[in-house]
Design a protein around this ligand. Structure first.
Ligand code: MN
Length: 718
């Protein structure tokens, strides 16, 4: 009961009128719940929540938080329920205890700094109420103090987690004292030899060091008294871990770090701080560039002090910090001191304000050496807009609210994102557009055949995933265009009996590309593939005159005419690149649309073609094309088209009348199929070569005028 008595005596000193009855009830509840349980040390379990509550009192937390501290392990370790806590102590305390319990279930395993940062953020996000975090801090501190009783590997794991997560968090919270103690305790467990060694060296040097420091202190004190500034000057002991880390990180000797004289002057007012600074600078020469005014410009964690370094009485540098008592308290206690300042505000404002401040704290990494990393952490818009999810190995990924497995996959690795075919959330297969929730465990299924799809852009939330998908689509599109451009070029070159391979790999190619305004050969091929540049332009650059000179030669000399589908110009696309889709067989004059086919050039479909309408084709690859009527081919090509003629009454001479009608409009019949049924009705199918749609229409009109023809239809496809 003595410890409870201390709490009851201490709390009213900083929180007058606190409800101490609820504290006493919580003590009894906790005592009853943990009865029979023991700590690893063999002490009754109750000693732990009592110590945690005492630490919270030392942090000067309000009575609600201290009460929750007394109860913080009852949900985790005893049969007590949240509903029970709520009934006994109200919603606020029940929520606090529940929050601490949830944090206790998170285990951090990765050693990666980025992961650690995410984990720290997740702790804060999940804590929601800042007081939950304070209870967790007190809990961790007491567990670290009693770590020796645990099995070695378990102790090491907790110590490492403390070093990775809780000590940096304490630093962000401005809790310098807690941070130093956590680090030293962790060092003692993780590197016991180094710890003992430092302990010995510090003890050995302490006396002479103290003499030096006391000498400096005496001089400053006397001078300040002379000018009427009341102050307390102290030496600033460095904690073991900070010496250890500096020796390791900066490769410096123990003496270099330990021998640096550092003192702190605490005064009664801001005016006295500046006064003391003037006195010290008049005593010893200040080191240029080492003066920092954190009073005029406080750090984000509200730290205020004047920092300066002077050349001391022995000719060695002396680091001096000057601050008021109030500043000192904030520097040592951080968030806890802040908490008290806000005490007078209403509960909600207080919390919002503290959280806003905390957010800023965590977002702004003052001690980050890499400015990009700093920007990255600042750029995370609003803290609550993030969701934290786990990899199956327990790494934490921070994603924007509403993120999907695709976002997660790209956060893991670009390759994982690009080949993501499916995802398991908490062991269950889910659609890729599923929204991830706080704490989900996400596993990505990949396949080397899978590639990013434009559809993904409709639901991804992270800028990273979006950028990576766009990047992939762009590269893919370019690769496709280069391939298509090369194909078109090769075909055209062969037509003029040029060697495409030689042309493409020769030095001329780079020059031709430059002449046409493209940086590289690939760029000009891509432009041809896109239809932005013409293959003729390129050929003319590479083999000037060759195309014009030889244009008639293959036809006359070799007697091989180009196929009929080549020689129809389509605006924006070189004529020789074009195929006409067999499914709809468009004629000049038809509304058309182009479709890029890998390795086969451009296929032209009728705009009303069913294949297009049914979206069987990849819409990305459809491009607008039109017939180029102003620049007809040298020799207008004929296109085959199929027509069906419905006959009402077959009679002698009818077929010749129909073919005559076709011939009268210059149609060249290449195929005719005549089908007559028993009732003398019939369908005659013709394939006729025509120049364009209007010629076809003339032919059809002429056929309709033949007696006994019921109807004439153009048949799509051939
Ligand atoms: Mn605990």
């Amino acid at each position: 009961m003595t410890q409870l008595q201390t709490l009851i005596e201490e709390i009213p000193k900083y929180q007058p009128g606190a409800d101490l009855a609820v504290l006493e009830r919580a003590y009894r509840f906790s005592e009853r719940s943990h009865r029979g349980q023991q700590r690893a040390s063999g002490e009754p379990y109750l000693s732990h929540p009592l110590e945690v509550a005492s630490l919270l009192v030392a942090f000067k937390m309000d009575v609600t938080t201290v009460t929750a501290g007394l109860l913080h392990d009852v949900l985790e370790d005893t049969g007590a329920t949240k509903a029970e806590l709520e009934r006994e102590f109200g919603k606020e305390i029940a929520e606090l205890v529940d929050g601490v319990t949830k944090l206790g279930k998170l285990a951090f395993s990765s050693r990666e700094e980025r992961q650690a940062e995410n984990f720290r953020k997740m702790l804060v996000a999940m804590a929601r109420d800042l007081r939950v975090l304070m209870i967790k801090m007190a809990d961790r501190l007491h567990n670290m103090r009693t770590l020796d009783y645990l099995a070695q590997d378990r102790g090491r794991k907790i110590a490492q987690e403390t070093l990775d997560i809780y000590a940096p968090l304490a630093h962000r919270l401005g809790m310098a004292k807690v941070k130093a103690e956590l680090e030293d305790l962790a060092l003692r467990t993780l590197s016991p030899d180094a710890y003992v060694d430092l302990q010995k060296r510090v003890a050995k040097r302490r006396l002479e060091r103290e003499a030096d420091i006391n000498h400096v202190i005496t001089i400053i004190e006397r001078k300040l008294r002379e000018v009427g500034i009341e102050s307390q000057i102290r030496g600033r002991p460095k904690h073991f871990y900070s010496i250890f880390k500096k020796m390791h990180d900066q490769g410096r000797e123990f003496d270099e770090i330990y021998d640096l004289t550092a003192v702190r002057a605490i005064t009664n007012s801001v005016r006295d701080c500046y006064g003391a600074l003037g006195v010290i600078h008049s005593l010893w020469k200040p080191v240029p560039g080492r003066f920092k005014d954190f009073i005029a410009m406080p750090k984000v964690n509200m730290y205020q002090s004047l920092h300066t370094t002077v050349i001391g009485p022995k000719g060695d540098p002396v680091e001096i910090q000057i601050r008021t008592w109030e500043m000192h308290r904030i520097a040592e206690e951080g968030i806890a001191a802040h908490w008290l300042y806000k005490e007078k505000k209403t509960g909600k404002d207080k919390l919002d304000e503290s959280l806003a401040w905390l957010r800023q704290l965590i977002e702004t990494q003052q001690d980050t050496k890499d400015p990009r990393e700093f920007l990255d952490s600042v750029r995370v818009d609003l803290f609550p807009d993030e969701v934290y999810v786990f990899t199956p190995k327990g790494d934490v990924k921070a994603l924007p609210d509403g993120a999907t497995p695709i976002d997660f996959a790209f956060a893991v690795h670009t390759k994982v994102g690009e080949h993501c075919v499916g995802a398991k959330v908490n062991g269950k297969l889910v659609p890729l557009r599923t929204t991830l929730r706080q704490g989900d465990i996400v596993e990505i299924v990949t396949s080397s055949n899978q590639h990013p799809s434009r559809d993904w852009l409709k639901f991804v939330k992270s800028t990273r995933a979006r950028a990576k998908i766009n990047q992939w689509l762009k590269i893919e599109e370019r690769a496709r265009s280069i391939e298509l451009g090369r194909e078109l070029f090769e075909r055209e070159a062969k037509k003029y009996r040029l060697n495409p391979a030689a042309l493409l790999t020769g030095e001329e190619m780079a020059r031709a590309a430059a002449d046409l305004g493209y940086p590289t050969a690939d760029d000009v091929l891509a432009a041809v593939g896109y239809g932005k540049a013409s293959v003729h332009q390129l050929l003319n650059k590479l083999a000037p005159g060759a195309t014009l000179d030889t244009v008639e030669r293959p036809r006359t000399a070799a007697g091989t005419r180009p196929k009929t589908d080549q020689g129809v110009r389509i605006r924006g696309v070189d004529d020789l690149l074009v195929r006409f889709a067999k499914c709809c067989n468009p004629l000049p004059g038809d509304q058309i649309v182009g479709f890029i086919t890998r390795g086969r050039g451009l296929t032209v479909h009728a705009r009303d073609c069913l294949t297009v309408a049914k979206s069987v084709l990849d819409r990305e690859r459809l491009i607008n094309v039109e017939w180029d009527v102003e620049a007809p081919a040298l020799e207008p090509a004929k296109r085959p088209v199929r027509i069906a003629v419905y006959i009402g009454n077959d009679r002698p001479g009818l077929l010749s009348e129909i073919t005559g009608a076709i011939g009268s409009k210059n149609g060249n019949i290449t195929k005719a199929e005549v089908t007559v049924t028993d009732d003398r009705r019939g369908i005659n199918n013709f394939v006729v070569e025509v120049a364009d749609l209007s010629q076809l229409q003339d032919i059809m009109t002429a056929i309709r005028e033949v007696p006994d023809v019921i109807n004439v239809e153009r048949v799509r496809g051939l």
